[in-house]
Unconditional design. Sequence first.
Length: 85
Amino acid sequence: MTQKFMGRGQLINRLTAQVGDRATAIKILQNRGHLKADGRTLTEEGQKRDAMTAEERSIDRESRRQNKPKREFTYNPKTNTSKQK
């Protein structure tokens, strides 16, 4: 897993590094509703995700999936995953 682009404002760059291709990353973000059809403008939800770090996004995904508070999770940057404490 890439350790680049872990900070805020790195949503597109991080996904590009993960999937290996900017066009693919843009398509994924458009399908998720985070990027508008022009491929450059973030939606309101995309702006919220982009304002998060990789850690915050991971914890947010897992807390939503398990329907538990974010404070109950820890983040592993090497695997970009979160697990319950």
